[in-house]
Design a protein around this ligand. Structure first.
Ligand code: G16
Length: 543
């Protein structure tokens, strides 16, 4: 079997975003596009000769073909072993777990997460390091630098075997091990949670609906919820992964998971609802007639995680991304544990988790996870909620009402303006940036600004500094608006506006967040000149 060295030239747009490289599928399918990026990863991490890599993806269109190319390139670059999920499937948290469990040197995860799949939709690839977590900023920078001076890539002149057959085969000198994508992950969940107590819930008639959104979590949720925990068949809906996610948008939020929201707000609603995204790392939690925002979910899990066996010793600390509400901070303060505020991107939690400074992390973008892996983990969050529901015997609505009574409620919402012209979006952010110092004291839509800055993060573990991580505007009365551009989109720019206000008045804890935040929303729109600059008067997505 011959190793071919193919001459190539740099491709300009291969700068990774918040979580790896995400582009239109047809862009990835262009000659040499994937190959250049894979070779840049291999070179950027210092070569892969003799190493073990975990490979898998969310099953979207082009997943199998891309894995075939990656395997041939891994073999040609001297990789000793590739551990691959059967049919090319691995959820992101399961891949993170496999890297850690098998002491692999890293992994390649093929996913564009919550973005739609299909030949005319999105594709993505990210590299995770030996700790199982997304590449740090430093490693990402090395990979990107390599994309800019790449001159050739190496590929084996032979096709790999079927991804369907469990077991080991060889591709050139390299071992290819096809593994059950679910088994190890399910075992880990059994170690962390009280499966007997959760089974007891289901045996007692507790009803749940889990929407796998035609994505990778389907097989995991069916095995764990229906087979191991005894939830009735049909508890998992949309449970078979499809290359275009059933034509849907596998983003677990009230807009894209509307089917589930309708079920949970309809007559005879189940006790508990949940959804996960394309690659299984995000989660949405909803009780009967009670949606739980990701920020509130993080706060509640921080408060009550000790009820699950895996966390019975308490938490070392909690970390949240800056745009996430500060609800979890108040829980941490009450418990006397550390809390950290990081930039958007799970990669920023890795050092804190590795150093044992935090046990639980979470983001407003529907991500929650713990030190059991180095990725956010959708099903983990669902199981922790189930464990808490079983341990307390309370409903989701009851738990949230009690939480808000004790800690106050951070009304929270994110407004997304999608496919905005990139120049316009950059100008909007630049304009805010240049006005930051002058904003305090100014009044917008009747609300006075009390402070404004741009978030910058000093990593307390490795001392690295990440600047330009979002514009923060604070309002008198305690409200906050954050402005940043998404790093995961593939079309134009997505402007994200994160809105928050703490309410502690016990009689004002049950409002619609859009109503409770109305003055902050108006002030944020006005100060950033959103309508004037983008021509948009309403956001495309409100969560
Ligand atoms: C990724 C990152 C998350 C981030 C989210 C949104 O999630 O892993 O840390 O919060 O993107 O990022 P942005 O606001 O830049 O679009 P995922 O689930 O897409 O991998």
């Amino acid at each position: 079997m011959t190793v071919q060295t193919i001459a190539t030239t740099p491709i300009a747009d291969q700068k990774p975003g918040t979580s790896g490289l995400r582009k239109k599928t047809r862009v990835f399918m262009q000659p040499a596009y994937l190959q250049n990026y894979v070779q840049a990863i291999f070179d950027g991490i210092g070569g892969v000769a003799g190493k073990t890599l975990v490979i898998g993806g969310d099953g979207r269109y082009y997943n199998d073909s891309a894995i075939g190319i990656i395997l041939r390139m891994a073999a040609a670059n001297g990789v000793a072993r590739c551990i691959v999920g059967q049919h090319g499937l691995l959820s992101t948290p399961a891949a993170s777990h496999l890297i850690r469990k098998r002491c692999a040197d890293g992994g390649l995860i093929l996913s564009a997460s919550h973005n739609p799949g299909g030949v005319d939709a999105d594709f993505g690839l990210k590299y995770n390091g030996p700790n199982g977590g997304p590449a740090t900023e430093a490693v990402t920078a090395q990979i990107f630098a390599r994309t800019l001076d790449i001159a050739s890539y190496r590929i084996l002149g032979a096709e790999p075997g079927s991804l369907a057959d469990l077991g080991e085969s060889r591709l050139g000198e390299m071992a290819v091990e096809i593994v059950d994508p679910v088994a190890d992950y399910a075992m880990l969940m059994e170690e962390l949670f009280d499966f007997d107590a959760i089974s007891g819930l289901f045996n007692g008639g507790f009803r749940m609906c889990f929407d796998a959104m035609h994505a990778v979590t389907g097989p995991y949720a069916r095995e764990i919820l229906e087979h191991r925990l005894g939830a009735p068949a049909g508890t998992v809906i949309n449970g078979i992964p499809s290359p275009d996610f059933g034509g849907g948008h596998p983003d677990p939020n009230p807009v894209w998971a509307k089917t589930l929201m309708d079920i949970m707000h309809g007559p005879n609603a189940p006790d508990f609802g949940a959804a996960s995204d394309g690659d299984g790392d995000r989660n949405m939690i909803v009780g009967a007639h009670c949606y739980v925002s990701p920020s509130d979910s993080l706060a509640l899990l921080t408060d009550l995680a000790h009820l699950a066996p895996g966390y019975s010793g308490g938490l070392a600390g909690v970390a949240r991304s800056m745009p996430t509400s500060s609800a979890a901070d108040r829980v941490a303060e009450a418990k006397g544990i550390a809390h950290f505020e990081t930039p958007t991107g799970w990669k920023f939690f890795g050092n804190l988790l590795d150093a044992g400074k935090v046990t639980i992390c979470g983001e407003e973008s529907a991500g929650t996870g713990s030190d059991h892996v180095r990725e956010k983990d959708g099903l983990w969050a669902v199981l922790l909620w189930l464990n808490i529901l079983a341990a307390t015997g309370k409903s989701v609505a009851q738990l949230m009402a009690e939480h808000w009574e004790r800690y106050g409620r951070n009304y929270y919402s994110r407004h997304d303006y999608e496919s905005v012209d990139i120049t316009v979006a950059n100008a909007l952010i630049d304009n805010l940036r240049t006005r930051l110092k002058r904003l305090p004291g100014q009044v917008f839509a009747g609300v006075t600004i009390s402070g404004a800055d741009e978030f910058s993060y000093d990593d307390p573990v490795d001392g690295s500094i990440s600047t330009g991580q979002g514009i923060r505007i604070y309002f008198e009365g305690g409200g906050r608006a954050v402005f940043r551009l998404s790093g995961t989109g593939t079309e134009g720019a997505t402007l994200r506006v994160y809105l928050e206000r703490l309410e502690t008045d016990p009689v004002a804890l049950a409002q619609d967040p859009q109503v409770a935040l109305a003055s902050i929303i108006a002030a944020a729109d006005t100060v950033a000149e959103i309508a004037n600059r983008t021509g948009r008067t309403t956001p495309d997505v409100i969560t």
